[in-house]
Design a protein around this ligand. Structure first.
Ligand SMILES: Nc1ncnc2c1ncn2[C@@H]1O[C@H](COP(=O)(O)OP(=O)(O)OP(=O)(O)O)[C@@H](O)[C@H]1O
Ligand SMILES: [Mg+2]
Ligand SMILES: [Zn+2]
Length: 367
């Protein structure tokens, strides 16, 4: 049987299924209920947070003949018709591949035709920041005087690339990164529906690795589920993600604190021999420096880090032992190394040099 990626299979179909974006879905539902629908919307925010999904749900809901609290009823003539993937009243345009002025002119030509068997024609322009300057100008003309039956939804991850003239004509909605606890709940539901067994800790690790993107979280979950073939366990999850466990990273930072050169080098050796990915480990180092810095300097560190209680205790205790300025230096050095690691031929050597120079407080490359 063909495997459908979890993030495709679980694309939200109703406003209620969208997680973490209540500030947007509620407003859109209210607009539908009160009949105050705009003609140009801009959806911005990180990848995989629901922009395209919400645009499609909105397109269906505005066309529903008897929406329920602003959501498509799913029963009426229009709902039934629009359920089909290629309904002519919902037009999806990928601006990345249709970024020329002629592409937009074609839209302007078609905008003139009334919707067929629907109230609104909805144009969803994805990756709108990819449009050329002249294409933006052509789009602007359409946005200036859209026919009453047309709605534009422009979506982008890079809002700073849009001209002010476009921005000022759109109602803007910022999609937020989804908090870990919501991602965990969502993931648990998906796993339950799929009949996949898991434990709480794995849920948290996967949800954190998604870094606020629902799509990323689900695709990470996908690869872990297929690796585990049955029960998802913390050990297997960590080994797929290549992330190191808390104990190891704490131990490593103790060595850094003690300026134990031999200890650091042999730990790196051990990590490599265990088959862990050193580039991922480098990422863990910069994340851990940041975690410690947050523990040390923020009153609401629990809220910011959202880690299990026992881990939080260990982190706090370790943070106590470090000077703030050292943690800042670690963060700088390790995050700088992260990008260099992508280009280096010897990851291990670079990692060793970085650790030693961070630890001894000098820039090894300049010496
Ligand atoms: N807020 C959300 N609630 C539930 N599922 C979501 C949400 N955001 C994303 N997803 C999941 O991720 C998949 C992709 O979402 P979507 O295409 O809406 O993201 P996007 O914000 O448009 O991303 P991109 O910027 O890459 O275009 C969906 O099919 C769904 O599985
Ligand atoms: Mg999208
Ligand atoms: Zn309906």
């Amino acid at each position: 049987m063909e495997h459908i990626a979890l993030y495709r299979k679980y694309r939200p179909k109703r406003f209620e299924d969208v997680i973490g974006q209540d500030h947007i879905t509620k407003t859109l539902q209210n607009q539908i209920t009160s009949g105050q629908i705009g003609h140009a919307y801009l959806f911005t925010g990180t990848r995989g947070t629901g922009k395209t999904s919400v645009a499609k749900i909105f397109a269906k809901s505005v066309n529903c003949l008897s929406p329920i609290r602003g959501s498509a009823c799913g029963e009426c003539e229009n709902c039934k018709r629009l359920e089909q993937e290629n309904d002519i009243n919902i037009i999806e345009i990928d601006a990345a591949s249709n970024n020329k002025v002629d592409d937009i002119r074609q839209i302007r030509e078609k905008v003139k035709f009334m919707p067929v068997g629907a109230k609104y024609k909805v144009y969803i322009v994805d990756e709108v920041h990819m449009l050329s300057d002249s294409a933006f100008n052509a789009l602007l003309k359409t946005l200036e005087e859209p026919p009453s039956y047309v709605i534009f939804i422009l979506a982008t991850t890079e809002v700073h690339k849009l001209p002010q003239t476009i921005l000022s004509r759109c109602v803007r909605f910022d999609f937020r990164l989804v908090p870990v606890d919501l991602l965990m709940k969502h993931l648990a539901k998906v796993f339950d529906k799929e009949g996949i067994k898991y434990d709480e800790e794995s849920l948290k690790i996967i949800a954190s690795a998604g870094e606020g993107s629902v799509r990323d979280t689900l695709s990470i979950a996908d690869s872990i589920a297929s690796f585990c073939q049955g029960d998802i366990t913390k050990e297997k999850t960590l080994s797929v993600l290549g992330t190191t466990d808390h104990e190891l990273i704490l131990n490593f930072f103790d060595k850094l604190l003690e300026k134990d050169v031999g200890g650091v080098l042999s730990l790196i050796d051990k990590i490599e021999k265990e088959g862990k990915n050193l580039a991922v480990f480098a990422k863990d180092l910069s994340r851990h420096s940041r975690n410690l810095l947050v523990c040390k300097s923020c009153k609401n560190s629990e809220e910011i880090l959202n880690l299990p209680d026992d881990v939080m205790e260990l982190y706090k205790a370790q943070a106590e032992k470090f000077a703030e300025k050292d943690l800042i230096r670690y963060m700088q050095v390790f995050s700088g190394a992260e990008s260099e690691l992508r280009y280096t031929l010897s990851v291990r050597l670079l990692l060793e040099t970085t650790c030693l120079s961070a630890m001894l407080g000098f820039d090894a490359k300049k010496n």
